[in-house]
Design a protein around this ligand. Structure first.
Ligand code: PY5
Length: 306
């Protein structure tokens, strides 16, 4: 029995809801060997009256764009994938915070690098999920590996193969006693965390690396930029140098899994007071309300499940 099936009853695979135990693939699946897959990470939050999926359409649009970039043709539209997600959540009858993982992958048939005639398969799984990183603040290390540049890999695609770059960077940081890795881009500017975008606060202004710094264009990043501007904060998308992190008043990471995670220590340096800063806390508080449907202004970002 798969350990996953302790938490999951049903999974959506290629158009059908099936038992978790039956959601298996062969060891000669192309994606397992070459990372030929694109995926998404999406969250559902339990509000007072319903379970809400955060920016579901935007995530599915990015999934289709990722597939397009690496040349995978899908038989499903954004709307099909949105409906499939709601269907699988309802089948499991979740009434708690969940994480949703859609994946589009190249199936079996050949181990050639030519994927032209291989099946493109789609799975959507959802399971109960809490925090990914400590919301009270983490220690990060600048990775010795650089973030893959977009001249070598289409980093705007959330593609599985690219994640080896993240895995080795995170492993290095964890081995050295840190909680997370921050990667520099090929030029030496700050890029992002292993699975999160990064923001800094200096002199009351918020900055985050631009999409030209080899980042994944995060949906949480976009949400935080908009929330911060609505709170009358100045937000800049600009290149950030390493020393700005060390001397920042506040540093935080954003991502579907990470939500808004304060970074209080980087390499040998305490960030600001060593505690989550006031702007980080303000954004965290606003975000927590928004995702649970407690802020009318941003309710258009939510899809009610039931
Ligand atoms: N950068 C990278 C490399 C990511 O993997 C992610 C998301 C982000 C940025 C943030 O993007 P978004 O805000 O759209 O989520 N990472 C996935 C997540 O679900 C996987 C993490 C293991 O958060």
């Amino acid at each position: 029995m798969s350990v996953w099936c302790n938490k999951i009853r049903y999974i959506w695979l290629d158009g059908k809801i099936i038992n978790c135990e039956d959601a298996k693939i062969h060891v000669l699946t192309h994606a397992l060997h070459y990372g030929t897959a694109v995926f998404e990470g999406i969250r559902g939050y339990m509000g007072v009256d319903n379970l809400y999926v955060f920016r579901l359409t935007d995530h599915m649009a990015r999934l289709l764009n990722s597939a397009k970039i690496i040349g995978l043709e899908l038989a499903y539209s954004i709307e099909d994938l949105v409906n499939a997600t709601l269907e699988v959540i309802r089948a499991n009858n979740y009434k708690e915070d969940i994480y949703i993982r859609p994946i589009v992958f190249v199936g079996e048939g050949s181990l050639s690098l030519n994927i032209a005639n291989l099946p493109v398969r789609v799975a959507i799984a959802a399971f109960p999920f809490g925090h990914y990183l400590k919301p009270s603040g983490i220690k990060a290390k600048i990775a010795s590996w650089r973030r893959v540049p977009s001249v070598s890999m289409p980093i705007m695609a959330k593609a599985s193969g690219i994640y080896l770059n993240s895995v080795i960077s995170l492993s290095e940081a964890l081995r050295l006693g840190f909680d997370e890795a921050i990667l520099l881009d090929i030029r030496g500017y700050i890029s992002e965390g292993s699975g999160e975008n990064i923001f800094i606060v200096r002199k009351g202004e918020v900055s985050t690396p631009p999409i030209t710094a080899s980042i994944l264009e995060g949906i949480t990043r976009d949400s935080v930029i908009r929330i911060a501007r609505d709170l009358d904060l100045k937000v800049y998308e600009r290149d950030i140098i390493r020393e700005e992190i060390y001397t920042a008043d506040e540093v935080f990471l954003t991502g579907t899994a990470a939500e808004i995670t304060p970074v209080v220590f980087v390499d040998n340096h305490v960030i600001g007071s060593g505690e989550p800063g006031p702007i980080t806390l303000k954004l965290q508080k606003a975000y927590d309300k928004i995702v649970r449907g407690l802020d009318e202004k941003y309710k258009h970002w939510l899809t009610a499940v039931y």
